[in-house]
Write a protein that binds this ligand. Sequence first.
Ligand code: MN
Ligand code: MN
Length: 456
Amino acid sequence: MKTAWEKYADNMSVVMEFSEGYKDYLSNSKTEREATKKAIELAEAKGFKDARKVDSLKEGDKVYFNNRDKGLCLFVVGKRPLVEGMNILGAHIDSPRLDLKQHPLYEDNGLALLDTHYYGGIKTYQWVARPMALHGVVVKKDGTKVEVKIGDDDNDPVIGISDLLIHLAKDQMKKTAGEVIEGEDLNVLVGSIPLKVADEEKKEFVKENILHILKEKYDIEEDDFVSAEIEVVPAERARDYGLDRSMVMGYGHDDRICAYTSLAAILDIEAPERTACCLLVDKEEVGSQGSTGMQSRFFENVLAELLEKCGQYSELTLRRTLSNSYMLSSDVSAGFDPNYASVNEPKNTAYLGKGIVFNKYTGARGKSGCNDANPEFIAKLRKVMDDNDVAWQTAELGKVNQGGGGTIAYILANLDMEVIDAGIAVQNMHAPSEVASKVDIYEAYRAYMAFIKDIA
Ligand code: MN
Ligand code: MN
């Protein structure tokens, strides 16, 4: 099989170096908030300004709108009027994980545990017996926001969920994979030392000790969990994968891999013809609802703000800008896996190393819920990719009726613009450690660059 690696036989370092930046981003972006914060840091270093602090904008200006610290919309104002349309890159920055419940902490026979409710589609059995970390924010009654991050520094302790020993698993092993670990049983062990207290009324001394530690480290009380967003995520950093270091293994490729590459492209573009936009959104894994999901009016609202700051706002201009825009809605694809070859139809499958993936449609059971990209748009895209020597492939998510999935593509397409699903092939999608090819990561960046530069 011919792959994109052949293109870089004499210049592999450009591919390898690009992934170093990505590994750093991924290792430091384990929540949508961290992904947003890191994206703002990278954007500001490249001259982007907070749009809400800028009164007027002109061509070449670079700004971002922060959506509640959980999403980001970046623009590079083009030479052409906005009404002629934008070239938009979109990806999501939330990933499957375990969220702490609002009343999470309890003690059971000398052990302190945190109760969770999982977020997104997971095989629960993959999330036990492995090192985990706590990341998130606690907002206290007075509005102070405390950032929590335990488990990722080499000197930090880790936490985790236990699994049953094989010796006593006779009954458990008879269960189906979906029932082996029940969602309600994803309880995180966090402590076992009792606090030495004078107050014998308090019976749960181990729990008290954990509260004492949290009070010392973060100045938070048990009640503060009610207004907190704390995620239990895999504790390790992204690593090179494969003896040839051709791949990256890490938590949250879905979809920070497309987010990072889309972001990298908009950060590198200078004075495009059409306004370039990059949308990093939250809540994709749970249906894109809410103020930080793609279905929020946030995008239309900030576009109205952008038009106003460019001196071009009217309701009709806003509608025409959307209608004349093109979008690459990027999300991870299921990479062909020789261990599970039977779920794919080989001619229409994404392969690791063959470059960015375009999906005309996603969906399930007869494409239900998909955006089905128009061939007129796909033809335009093919030309731009080929003219820019980008390695690309097309794929479906598995065999017909094998399953399926959805993305944010249809939401933007519903705003009356041309949209196609694109992205990077991964193995182990939604597992705590996912795998992607470095050459695909680099080709995705090149594809995004070609798209915002040349699609018109
Ligand atoms: Mn995704
Ligand atoms: Mn996903």
